[in-house]
Design a protein around this ligand. Structure first.
Ligand code: GLC
Length: 561
């Protein structure tokens, strides 16, 4: 494949930005009800600006009965009660603009809540004007659901509606009916919603499970030929998908200076190019899940994670850039466990490995995403009983696991490494009761490690993870080479080291990451000598000779001659 020269890449603000994702429920409570809210975020804007990120992605803030914490929207033009009012939103946006922060909101166009007016109407009768906002099907002749599809959050994707005797489709929970994108009125509704928020002055959208919006209208059953064990791939990339996204671009995206990032379960780099290629007129960016599947066979079934495979995935996705698209770099979000527990060592090397992972994200070619709490090295929780969990996926997974003959004990053990709730515990601001998150008991338990791991402690320590992130962010945001420079993995077969270059013109960086608890030695690659250790996660970095001796989880950003 012809490699694109960094100098030839078109420079854009949305390629250079760094995103900080906030799960509003868990960031900062200002009202004292134990649930985070918009005023809480306003109170923390100085912290966010000082961190050095540029764009904030807020997980859904629209009105919702919270079956899936806002990913089930009952009014796309209003704010969730627990989070505040439209006035709070306007104040938040104004506060962000004052600090030169951008905002992208989470748009959920694949499904609404069953409590949305559209669905409430649709289920009244077969001839209701909103009926075909959703997918309805009669039962099979033998009374079974229309297909054998399995839902992410329920045994079947079909739920029988007693009033009309038909099933409706829900790829996610029974309270998240799928919107029928075949219906032009539905598409127009979504575009109108996008305009509504863009005209308020936001900078774009993260778009939830976008690859699922177009369905195969023949509704084929899953069988060995059509299903390879990955639900994401099965539901993704339906026949009219790109026609719909193209239309969304024409109707909305092309009309603003904005940024879009599609959540992209089940896609390859070639398929990603169809979403983000410059000549496609669809999205700006998309993020994939290949590295998120690396340590599990299914959502709750762990397998050993292998750095060689991880690196191969990173290099594979580099191809997207050479084909003319742009990439995304993330290790965690609200759907995955905490990154230091998953890819680092959250015990003896928590600080070192959390910094290493931060350096990895911030030296990738692609838009970096930092999920709140990563900047202080927040870890997974280790709960012993099911009643601590809040995520509906845990309860559905539990049922499915038991039905398949699995044991309770096995499931509880796996949750410690897999549950989404690991990443949803409240932000740890200080060591006071409720961690400075709220004046009352939070909606989900705090991580018991908060007295040791918190923002106040990190601010006071010059060598903290937080201060390391600030240094890295400052450097990244000023460096065109770290944004656009060529990426090359120099040691793809090494099981413990990730060593790569980022080069643009005369500026050359070598990044050396030791993903292990042991010392590692590597020869400086031929033709390369380091002239400066720019940033390192140990305080006494001296990597200037022919050999690089890397201590456990040591991470260095070196400038080369
Ligand atoms: C996306 C969201 C996830 C949600 C699901 C259904 O994957 O990130 O949190 O449960 O979509 O909306």
């Amino acid at each position: 494949m012809q490699k694109v020269k960094p100098e030839d890449i078109k420079q854009e603000w949305w390629k250079e930005t760094v995103v900080y994702q906030i799960y509003p429920r868990s960031y900062q409570d200002s009202s004292g009800d134990g649930v985070g809210d918009l005023r809480g975020i306003i109170n923390r804007l100085d912290y966010i600006a000082d961190l050095g990120v540029e764009t904030i992605w807020l997980s859904p803030i629209f009105k919702s009965p919270n079956d899936d914490n806002g990913y089930d929207v009952s009014d796309y033009r209003d704010i969730m009660d627990e989070f505040g009012s439209m006035k709070d939103f306007d104040d938040l946006l104004a506060g962000m603009k004052e600090r030169n922060l951008r905002l992208i909101l989470d748009l959920v166009p694949n499904h609404s809540s069953d409590e949305h007016f559209w669905f409430q109407e649709a289920k009244k009768s077969k001839d209701n004007p909103y009926r075909d906002y959703y997918y309805w099907k009669p039962p099979n002749e033998d009374g079974t659901p229309p297909t054998n599809w399995v839902s992410f959050f329920a045994p079947s994707t079909w739920e029988l509606d007693e009033t009309t005797g038909e099933y409706y489709l829900h790829i996610f929970s029974v309270k998240q009916p799928d919107l029928n994108w075949e219906n032009p009125k539905v598409r127009q509704e979504v575009y109108d919603i996008m305009h509504f928020w863009m005209q308020k002055g936001i900078d774009g959208f993260r778009i939830d499970v976008l690859p699922f919006i177009s369905k195969d209208l023949s509704f084929p059953n899953m069988n060995e030929e059509t299903f390879d064990g990955n639900y994401g791939r099965f539901y993704a990339n339906g026949p009219r998908l790109h026609e719909f996204i193209h239309e969304m671009n024409r109707e909305v995206i092309s009309k603003y200076d904005m940024m879009t990032v599609g959540e992209g379960p089940g896609i390859s780099p070639e398929q990603a190019l169809e979403y983000v290629g410059e000549d496609r007129n669809e999205l700006h960016t998309i993020y994939h899940f290949d590295h998120m599947d690396i340590d599990r066979d299914d959502f709750f079934k762990l397998k050993k994670y292998d750095l060689v495979e991880f690196k191969a995935i990173v290099s594979n996705w580099e191809r997207l850039i050479h084909m003319g698209g742009w990439n995304t770099a993330f290790l965690g979000n609200h759907d995955f466990p905490r990154i230091v527990s998953r890819f680092g060592n959250d015990k003896e090397y928590r600080k070192e490995s959390a910094k290493l992972l931060g350096m990895f994200i911030l030296t990738q070619r692609g838009v970096p995403y930092i999920y709140f709490g990563e900047e202080i090295g927040m870890t997974n929780v280790s709960w012993e009983s099911l009643d601590k969990y809040r995520d509906l996926q845990v309860f559905d997974g539990h049922q499915k696991h038991l039905a398949a003959g699995g044991s309770e004990e096995e499931f509880l053990k796996s949750l410690k490494h897999t549950s989404r709730d690991n990443a949803r515990t409240p932000m740890q601001w200080d060591d006071s009761e409720n961690s400075g998150f709220s004046s009352s008991k939070p909606w989900i338990d705090l991580n018991p490690r908060y007295p040791e791991i918190n923002v106040a402690e990190s601010e006071a320590d010059p060598n903290s993870i937080l201060n390391f992130y600030k240094k890295m962010l400052k450097f990244r945001r000023a460096s065109k080479t770290l944004v656009y420079g060529a990426f090359e993995d120099l040691m793809p077969e090494d099981p413990s080291l990730f060593v790569y270059t980022r080069i643009m013109g005369d500026e050359r960086f070598l990044i050396t990451l030791n993903f292990s608890d042991d010392n590692q030695t590597v020869k400086m690659p031929e033709g390369m000598t380091a002239k400066e250790c720019v940033i390192c996660n140990y305080s006494d970095c001296e990597k200037l000779g022919d050999e690089l001796n890397l201590r456990p989880w040591e991470a260095c950003l070196l400038r080369l001659h």
